[in-house]
Design a protein around this ligand. Structure first.
Ligand SMILES: [Zn+2]
Length: 226
C-alpha cells in the first residue's frame, strides 16, 4: 500500500464580483469553508504588479492547502483593477485612483493628479464591486491589501496593528503608519466598519518566486490571525 498523495477537497470557487470600466471581470476566489473569513486583495493600482504576483502565489498555495482550511474561508481578489493592470497604470481606465474613490472621507480635490478621486465617491465600478462584496459578507473579520513602492506595513485600528506586527515578525518589514492623508481610501472604508485592514507596502522589484519566499509566512500568519 502506498501513501495517498495530498488531495484537494475542492473547497474552492471562483466568482465575478463586478466588471471594470472596460468590461473585464473582477474575479474573487474563495478557498475553504470555515467561519473565520478573511479577504486578501492585490492589484488596486495597476502599476504595482508585485502585489498581483504575491496574491496570485498566495492563491495557488491556498488552493493546494484547502484540506487544511477547515477553520477559514479566504476570499482572494488578486486583480482589483484589471484595466489598470493591463495598461500598467495606477488608475483605472477612467483615470481614477481607486484607493481614493471610496465614500468614507472622500474629497473632490486631489493633492496630485496621481490621487485623482473621481467625479464623486463610488463613481467607479471597481470600487463599487469591492464595497458591495464586503457589505454582504459580515463574516469577513480582517482584510490585507498589497501595494508598492514603500517598504513597510501599515494598519488601520488596534487589531490591525497586532496583525501587522505578526506579519513583521515573519518578513522583517517595519510597521508604521503612512505619513500623508489618504481620503476616500480602503483604509477609511474599513475604519468606518471596524474592519481591521493591513496594507503591505512592498518595495519595487523582485520576482513572483522571490516575493513569495519572503512573504509567504507573513501572509499565512495574517490569514490564521496568530
Ligand atoms: Zn498602491
Amino acid at each position: 500500500m502506498g501513501v495517498l498523495p495530498a488531495m484537494s477537497l475542492g473547497l474552492y470557487s471562483e466568482s465575478t464580483i463586478g466588471h471594470s470600466v472596460k468590461g473585464e471581470p473582477i474575479l474573487c476566489y474563495s478557498v475553504g469553508v470555515g467561519m473565520d473569513a478573511v479577504l486578501v486583495i492585490g492589484g488596486t493600482h495597476g502599476d504595482e504588479i508585485e502585489g498581483v504576483w504575491l496574491v496570485e502565489k498566495f492563491l495557488a498555495d491556498a488552493k493546494a492547502k484547502d484540506w487544511d482550511l477547515t477553520e477559514q474561508t479566504i476570499y482572494i481578489i488578486s486583480r482589483h483593477n484589471p484595466d489598470g493592470i493591463a495598461a500598467r497604470t495606477r488608475h483605472n481606465a477612467n483615470g481614477v485612483d481607486l484607493n481614493r474613490n471610496f465614500a468614507e472621507g472622500w474629497e473632490p480635490t486631489p493633492s496630485a493628479q496621481r490621487y485623482h478621486p473621481g467625479p464623486n465617491a463610488l463613481s467607479e465600478p471597481e470600487t463599487c464591486a469591492l464595497v458591495n462584496f464586503i457589505a454582504i459578507r459580515p463574516e469577513i473579520k480582517r482584510v490585507v491589501t498589497i501595494h508598492t513602492p514603500f517598504d513597510f506595513i501599515d494598519y488601520d485600528g488596534d487589531e490591525a496593528k497586532r496583525l501587522a506586527e505578526l506579519m513583521s515578525a515573519k518578513n522583517g518589514m517595519p510597521v508604521k503608519r503612512i505619513e500623508y492623508a489618504t481620503p476616500g481610501s480602503l483604509g477609511h472604508f474599513c475604519r468606518a466598519r471596524n474592519l481591521p485592514l493591513v496594507t503591505v507596502e512592498l518595495p519595487k522589484g523582485g520576482t513572483p518566486d522571490s516575493l513569495w519566499a519572503k512573504h509567504r509566512d507573513a501572509l499565512w500568519a495574517f490569514v490564521k490571525g496568530s
